[in-house]
Write a protein that binds this ligand. Structure first.
Ligand SMILES: Nc1ncnc2c1ncn2[C@@H]1O[C@H](COP(=O)(O)OP(=O)(O)OP(=O)(O)O)[C@@H](O)[C@H]1O
Ligand SMILES: CC(=O)C(=O)O
Length: 466
C-alpha cells in the first residue's frame, strides 16, 4: 500500500543536482519546494526542468511549490558569517547607508526603521539569536546582542507583536510570482498571510499572469490565527509554518494551535501541511531524536495531508535519509490509526454527501479500495478530506491535475484519457491498476465518478471487483 501522507522537500545547495533530485523522488518526495527567500530565478528554471524530466522518466507525478517570501524582513548578504557574542553591537542599515561599525548588515525592508521602537527585541534566524534595539536612526538601527550566535546571509528577523507596514505582496513577490507562473508551478504559497484579502490578492495576481496553481496560505503570526476561518476558506491549502509561528506566539501554544488549525481545515474542507523543524537534528546527524520522531508521528496521527522538510534537505548532510525517515514514520503511524478528524467535515452539497456515502461504503467492505475519476481534482480532494481508511486511486485526464493531487492525504494520482463511454474509462483504469500491481485481482473497488452520462453529469457510486 502506498503512503498516505505526502512529503514536501525544500531544495537548496545540498540537493542542487540531477542525482540528488532523482534520489529524493525515489525515497518518496511528492512535492519539491522552492524557497523564494533564497532561490535564484535561473536556478529555479533549471531545477523545474530537471524535476519534470526525472518525474516523467519515473512515471511519477512530482509537484512543485513556489514559496513566496512575503512581507518578511531579511538581513542582507555578508562576505563571511559574523560570530557574535553577548554585548556586541550589531548594525542593521538601509541598502543606501554605509556601515558605521564592524558588525553591520543591510535589510531588505526600507521601512523597518519607521515601524520599530528603541527597546524592542529582535528575534534573528528563527529564534537562534536575540537582540535589543538600542538606537534608532533614520537609516540604521544599532542593536545589542543578547544571546551569542552566528549570523549568515538573508537571515530572517522577527519582531513579535510589531505590525509591519509591508504590503501583502512585495515587489519581490510580484517578480517571483511571475517566475512561478512561467515555470508552471503546481502550488504557490503566500507567506505571513494575515487575512482572506491577502489570499484573494495573491490568487487574482496569479490568475492575471495566467497561472492556475493551488494557493497555499502560510500561517505564521497571531493575526492569521485571529482570521483563521476566513483564511482557510479563501485558500486551497493551509501551511502551519511553525518556524515563524513559534516565535510570534508563546512556544507552548504551538501544539494547541497546530491541533486547532488542523481541525478547522478538516471541518472547512481544505488540505493542511505541517512544516518546519520536523527532523532539524538530521541537518547534521544521520538519525533523528526521539522527540522529532514523536513530532512527525503526531502530525501524521493528526491526519495532516503533508509534512515538510526545510533546512534538512536544503542544506543538510542527509537529505535522502530524512525523506526515508519521514516515509518510515508515516507508514508505521498510518497503520496504527489516526485521530478521526474526517468526521468533523461540514458537508453542504449533494455532491459532498455522495462522496461521503462512497467513503463509508468503501470502509465497510473488507479490503476495498476507492477509485475516483476526477477532471479538476475536486472530487478526489473531497474524498481525501473525509479521511477514509481505504486508499484513493484518482484518475484524471491531465498531468497538471495529478500534480495538484500529489498533496492530498491518501491519494495516488494517475493520468488516463477519459473515453466518451464511461465504462470503458473504468475498465482501462482497473486494468492499469492490475497491470501495475497497484491492486490484487478480486479486490473490491468502490468507483466514484461523475462521467456516467456524456451530456449530463451524474454523480454515481459503483461497486466492482478487480
Ligand atoms: N534556493 C536556495 N539557494 C540557496 N540557499 C538556500 C536555498 N533554499 C534554501 N537555502 C538555504 O537553506 C536554509 C534552510 O532552508 P529553509 O527553506 O528552511 O529557509 P529558512 O530561511 O531557514 O526559513 P524560511 O524561509 O522558511 O523562514 C536557508 O536558510 C538557506 O541558507
Ligand atoms: C516554512 C516557514 O516559512 C516557517 O516555518 O516559518
Amino acid at each position: 500500500m502506498f503512503r498516505k501522507t505526502s512529503i514536501i522537500s525544500t531544495l537548496g545547495p545540498a540537493t542542487f543536482s540531477y542525482e540528488a533530485i532523482s534520489d529524493l523522488i525515489d525515497a518518496g518526495v511528492n512535492v519539491f519546494r522552492m524557497n523564494m527567500s533564497h532561490a535564484q530565478h535561473d536556478k529555479c528554471r533549471e531545477l523545474v526542468q530537471w524535476i519534470r524530466e526525472i518525474s516523467e522518466n519515473k512515471n511519477k507525478h512530482t509537484a512543485i511549490l513556489f514559496d513566496l517570501q512575503g512581507p518578511s524582513i531579511r538581513t542582507g548578504d555578508l562576505e563571511a558569517p559574523y560570530e557574535l557574542n553577548t554585548g556586541d553591537k550589531f548594525e542593521i542599515r538601509r541598502q543606501s547607508a554605509d556601515a558605521t561599525i564592524p558588525f553591520s548588515t543591510t535589510v531588505n525592508y526600507e521601512g523597518m526603521m519607521d515601524d520599530v521602537e528603541a527597546g524592542a527585541t529582535l528575534v534573528v534566524d528563527n529564534g537562534t539569536m536575540l537582540m535589543r534595539i538600542e538606537e534608532k536612526h533614520d537609516d540604521r538601527l544599532i542593536c545589542e546582542v543578547l544571546t551569542p550566535g552566528s549570523i549568515g546571509n538573508r537571515r530572517h528577523i522577527n519582531l513579535p507583536g510589531t505590525r509591519l507596514n509591508l504590503p501583502a505582496l512585495t515587489e519581490k513577490d510580484h517578480k517571483d510570482l511571475a517566475l512561478a507562473v512561467e515555470c508552471g508551478a503546481d502550488y504557490i504559497a503566500g507567506s505571513f498571510v494575515r487575512d482572506a484579502a491577502h489570499v484573494v490578492e495573491l490568487r487574482s495576481e496569479m490568475e492575471k499572469l495566467g497561472g492556475s496553481a493551488d494557493i497555499v496560505s502560510k500561517i505564521e503570526d497571531q493575526e492569521a490565527i485571529k482570521n483563521i476561518d476566513d483564511i482557510i476558506l479563501a485558500s486551497d491549502i493551509i501551511m502551519i509554518a511553525r518556524g515563524d509561528l513559534g516565535i510570534e506566539v508563546h512556544v507552548e501554544e504551538l501544539p494547541i494551535i497546530q491541533r486547532r488549525i488542523t481541525k478547522r481545515c478538516h471541518a472547512l474542507g481544505r488540505r493542511v501541511i505541517v512544516a518546519t523543524h520536523m527532523l532539524e537534528s538530521m541537518i547534521t546527524n544521520p538519525t533523528p531524536t526521539r522527540a522529532e520522531v514523536t513530532d512527525v508521528s503526531n502530525a501524521v496521527f493528526e491526519e495532516a495531508d503533508a509534512i515538510m522538510l526545510s533546512g534538512e534537505t536544503a542544506t543538510g548532510d542527509y537529505p535522502t535519509r530524512c525523506v526515508e525517515t519521514f516515509d518510515r514514520i508515516a507508514r508505521r503511524i498510518e497503520q496504527s490509526g489516526s485521530i478521526g478528524n474526517g468526521a468533523l467535515a461540514e458537508l453542504e452539497t449533494d455532491k459532498q454527501k455522495v462522496i461521503l456515502a462512497a467513503t463509508k461504503l468503501v470502509d465497510s467492505l473488507p479490503n476495498a479500495e476507492l477509485v475516483v475519476f476526477t477532471r479538476r481534482g475536486v472530487m478526489a480532494v473531497q474524498a481525501a478530506l473525509l479521511r477514509p481508511n481505504a486508499p484513493i486511486h484518482a484518475f484524471a485526464p491531465d498531468a497538471a491535475t495529478c500534480r495538484r493531487l500529489a498533496l492530498g492525504r491518501g491519494i495516488e494520482p494517475y493520468t488516463l484519457p477519459f473515453s466518451d463511454a464511461p465504462i470503458e474509462t473504468i475498465n482501462s483504469a482497473v486494468d492499469y491498476l492490475k497491470e501495475n500491481n497497484s491492486i490484487k485481482p478480486g479486490t473490491p473497488l468502490v468507483v466514484l465518478s461523475d462521467t456516467l452520462n456524456k451530456d449530463k453529469k451524474l454523480d454515481s457510486i459503483l461497486v466492482i471487483y478487480a
